[in-house]
Each structure stands twice: as C-alpha cells, then as structure tokens.
Design a protein around this ligand. Structure first.
Ligand code: ACO
Length: 333
C-alpha cells in the first residue's frame, strides 16, 4: 500500500489587520481581556472583494508552488470550511473552476475546527489505495462577515479571524515518510454548544425575516465558552495520545505539535498536560485568531517557512471544535 506525504503547503491571510485595540473601539472589550483569556493580539478580516474561495485559491497556488508540481497534476480537491461562499454548492467546485482544473472531483467537508484533519484523513485513504496521485486539501474561513460585532457578541467575535491554508497530499517517495495514522472522533450530543443555527433548514431565511430579523440570536455563532474549553483540554491530549500509542511512540518523540489554534490557553494547557517543551509546540493564534479549518494548514505552512519542519521530523496535528469533533494526524515528514 502507498503512504501519503504532504508534498507542499501554503497559506493566505487577508492584508487587513484588526487589532484588539480596533475591536475595543466598536464593542466593550479591551486588549487586556482578550490577551489574557485567549492570547490573541490581532486577526485578519477580509475586504469585500475577497471570499472563502478566493482566499483558498491564493493558499492553493502557494501550496502548488511549494510542492513544485503543475496544477494539472492535481486529480482531486477536498475543501473544509464552515463558512462556504454559498449555502449550496460547496466551495470545492468554485475552487476547481478558479484553478482551471477541468472536471476533477471536488468534495466539501463540514467538520469545523477539525475539518482540515478530517480532510487530510480522507486524502490519505485515497492516496493509500492509489485512487488519486495528488490531492489538494484546503481549509478556508471567512468568519468576519457573520460575527455579532456589538458588545452582545464579544465573547465569540473577538476570537475568530479569516484566512486559508492548503496542502498537496501525494504518494510518498519512501515507506519511511508519510502520514502514519489519523484518528477521527465526534460527539453529536454537544452540537448546540458551539453552533450557528440560522440560516439553515432549522431556521430558513423567511422564518428569520418574519421573526426577530436582524435581532434573531440564531443568525450569529453561539459558543458555550467554558464548556468548550473543558472538553477541548481533555480531548486534545486524548486524541494525541491515541495517535502516539497506535504508532508505538511517546510525547518526547514529537518534534512539532501543531494544535488547531483555538485559544492560546487551550494550547498551553495541552502542552503542560502532555509534558511538551515550548519548542515542541507551534502557536500563531496571536496573529490570526481562530481561523477554524484554516488554522492548522496556516500554522503548518508558517512553521515550515520558519525552518521548524524538516524531513524525518515527527509532526503531530490535532484539532477540537464544533460538533463536537476532534481528530489527530501523526506524520513522519
Ligand atoms: N471583552 C470583555 N469582556 C468580555 C468579553 C470580551 N471580549 N467576552 C466576555 N466578556 C465578559 C463576559 O460578559 C463576562 O462578564 P460578567 O462576568 O460581567 O458576566 C466575563 O467577561 C467573563 O465571561 P466568560 O465567558 O465567563 O469568560 P471566560 O473566562 O469563560 O472566557 C472564553 C471566555 C475566552 C471564550 C473562554 O471561555 C474560552 O476560551 N473558551 C474556549 C472557547 C474557545 O477557545 N473556542 C474556540 C475553540 S472551538 C473552535 O475553534 C470552534
């Protein structure tokens, strides 16, 4: 059986930087509160001429360049997002069109913060079986347009940012290198602890318009912050340990853990619980906030650019988020 490597990785973030100071001008919040609770100093918000798929396109071009392949070599697209351009179709087809990749398959993944690791897991299976040779796996999120930017929404809106990351997943040139295993979990009983209810089939647009309209709380993301935090700090170590155990490895074998950038406090908690050193964990939430499905590929691309990811390294990706869903991937780079 083949094994799959991440042959190329790239990211794109909008130019528009929104600092905590900027937020404090539009809602009752402060740099001190946001930094202390989340570690976030700034995030990117797109301008109106950009979209989830346009950011994905830029990230994809960078990943293709990093992989040093022709875009025509891509034979499948997997696109993870919770903020698609349209209610339907999903943005995979838009990305396919924008890249000029005639009629190759495009799959959309709806697993929120775990979306990229779920998508990577799917790509891994296709490469293993030999069904595809080079799969473009993308995570892209445009959060800023849908946040409640008033004081009422501050508990959620200060956390999220826009951006995109992409990877080219290809057949490994050697048996020693590649994705060692992926581990996927979900617990639907907590679906409504971190959710955006409407518009959806549970609350169609006409119902929103006929009801409370713009004052309808269901049109903004809801997060039970403390509840999410408690589950995240349990599930992250659990799913990382599951991956280590499966491969007969230990925490000290990890060269770099790239956790989904949910909240710096969550990452620090996980680091401590796993007994990892500062140099074993990569964080960049300070600059981008939580970009959900995009956060891991953005972080991986930045870590690689910073020279923190080298051939032979053991890289661990781990995510937790809405669903609840959580997942990990262990990669021998
Ligand atoms: N600025 C100032 N004050 C605020 C803000 C803000 N942005 N947001 C909330 N507050 C206030 C609240 O109104 C509350 O005031 P009160 O005591 O007068 O009622 C007070 O601060 C404390 O609010 P809590 O919500 O209890 O604050 P908490 O300490 O729990 O921190 C936070 C909130 C940061 C969201 C925390 O719960 C957390 O980190 N949870 C994890 C959430 C997370 O990381 N989600 C993303 C992961 S999942 C995913 O990626 C989709």
């Amino acid at each position: 059986m083949n094994s799959a490597i991440i042959k190329g990785i790239g990211y794109y973030v909008p130019k528009n930087v929104v600092t905590n100071e900027d937020l404090s001008k539009i809602m009752d919040t402060s740099d001190e509160w946001i930094t202390e609770r989340t570690g976030i100093k700034e995030r990117r918000w797109i301008n109106n001429d950009e979209s989830t798929s346009s950011m994905a396109l830029e990230a994809s071009k960078n990943a293709i360049q990093d992989a040093d392949i022709e875009k025509s070599a891509i034979d499948f697209i997997i696109f993870a997002t919770l903020s698609p351009d349209y209610y339907f179709p999903g943005p995979g087809v838009t990305l396919q069109k924008e890249l000029g990749l005639d009629t190759i398959g495009a799959l959309d993944v709806r697993n929120q913060c775990s979306g990229f690791v779920y998508a990577l897991s799917i790509a891994d299976q296709y490469i293993k079986t030999g069904m595809y040779q080079n799969i473009l796996v993308v995570g892209s999120e445009y959060h800023s347009g849908g946040l409640d930017k008033t004081t009422k929404g501050r508990g959620v809106s200060v956390i999220f940012g826009d951006g995109a990351g992409a990877a080219i997943v290809s057949k490994s040139p050697s048996k020693e290198r590649g994705i060692l295993s992926t581990h996927l979990h979900a617990q639907g009983e907590h679906a409504e602890e971190l959710t955006l209810i409407g518009p959806s089939t549970r609350r169609w647009v006409p119902q929103i318009i006929d009801g409370a309209g713009k004052d309808d709380d269901a049109i903004y993301p809801y997060m039970n912050g403390t509840f999410v935090f408690k589950h995240a700090v349990t599930r992250f170590p659990e799913v990382i340990n599951e991956a280590l155990k499966k491969n007969d490895l230990n925490a000290e074998d990890i060269d770099l853990l790239i956790p989904h950038q949910a909240n710096l406090r969550i990452s620090q908690f996980v680091q401590k619980k796993m007994g990892l050193t500062d140099s074993q964990v990569f964080n960049n939430i300070q600059k981008y906030g939580n970009t959900t499905a995009a956060s891991i590929p953005i972080a991986l691309a930045e870590a690689k650019q910073a020279g923190l990811v080298s051939q032979g390294d053991l890289i661990c990706l781990a995510a937790f988020g809405s669903g609840f869903t959580w997942a990990s991937a262990l990669i021998r780079w």
